[in-house]
Design a protein around this ligand. Structure first.
Ligand SMILES: Cc1cc2nc3c(=O)[nH]c(=O)nc-3n(C[C@H](O)[C@H](O)[C@H](O)COP(=O)(O)O)c2cc1C
Length: 279
């Protein structure tokens, strides 16, 4: 698929073919895409644990189940738990990662001078701040970057994914034996879509000029309609949701996959006035 088409086709998939396994090779490609993403100082702080539903314990599946995940948890054959490892920022390792960039001629024009600059100028600053940097917004953004690359690789390989937030992060950390330096971030359901690839149409987003500015805040970056036409031609901008036949597709999916119509994966606590004194 062309790159812009991959971007255009990407939308969250929530119904998967439960009987169709995801090839290990495709998951490897996703992980490889995450590994090769851009990140601060090339510290490689993004980590993932692949969970095959068939092999996972009931306790683990329960622990990774997010509240808004009924359809995904019922149908996806594979999950990836993505986490941030703060240990990637440990000062000696960080300095070594920067030196490696110098040695491989990825930063600076003179390796020895660059390494000297790192030692003299960066080490004192990073030495004083690395623990804060390890939990600063940029560190988490880098996990997002990596997860996004894995996600796009999945779509290019004909798979669909749904990112989900998991509420039982401590349980997940202990069941998966994560190190203490790990901060679990999100769960990704991976599988072959049971939905048509359109999945009801392209997800509708906030208006362009409400999001982006030019020069200063409050001066919207103006869209050129000719650019939108280019992007439509390239398959990046597609028919918006909901397509006319989406309701029929959803009814079909519900029946074919034996699902009910909830989106909630486990019962919410009863509202005070519904409690009726029960436990
Ligand atoms: C970090 C993150 C957590 C999400 N958590 C959930 C979730 O728990 N359940 C769910 O159904 N969708 C979840 N989503 C999917 C979003 O609802 C979806 O991305 C959003 O509606 C935009 O749709 P699109 O991905 O098709 O563009 C999550 C997405 C992200 C990025």
């Amino acid at each position: 698929m062309e790159f812009k088409q991959v971007l255009g086709r990407r939308r969250t998939i929530r119904f998967f073919l439960p009987f169709r396994p995801v090839e290990r090779a495709k998951v490897q490609k996703m992980l490889e895409a995450a590994r090769r993403s851009s990140c601060v100082g090339n510290v490689n702080n993004t980590r993932g644990i692949v969970i095959w539903k068939e092999e996972a314990s009931e306790a683990l599946i329960k622990a990774i189940t997010p509240p808004l995940g009924y359809q995904q948890m019922q149908t996806a054959p594979c999950f990836i738990l993505w986490y941030h490892d703060t240990d990637a920022y440990e000062i000696e390792k960080w300095i070594q990662d920067l030196n490696n960039l110098a040695d491989t001629r990825r930063i600076g024009t003179d390796a020895e001078q660059t390494k000297g600059d790192i030692e003299r100028m960066l080490r004192p600053v990073f030495g004083a701040t690395w623990q804060q940097m390890a939990v600063a917004p940029l560190a988490f953004m880098d996990v997002g970057n990596a997860v996004c690359q894995a996600l796009l690789m999945a779509y290019d390989e004909g798979l669909g994914v749904c990112l989900m937030s998991s509420p039982r992060l401590e349980q997940v950390a202990s069941l998966l034996k994560l190190p203490e330096t790990a901060i679990p971030m999100c769960l990704m359901a991976v599988g072959y879509p049971a939905e048509s690839w359109e999945a009801g149409g392209q997800t509708v987003k906030a208006p362009f000029d409400s999001l982006f500015h030019e020069g200063e805040y409050g001066k919207p970056f103006k869209q050129d309609v000719a650019v939108d036409e280019d992007l439509k031609r390239d398959g990046f901008i597609q028919e918006p949701a909901p397509l006319a036949w989406r309701d029929a597709e959803l009814k079909y999916l519900e029946k074919a996959l034996g699902l009910n119509s909830t989106i909630i994966a486990f019962p919410a606590p009863p509202a005070a006035d519904e409690d009726g004194g029960s436990e």
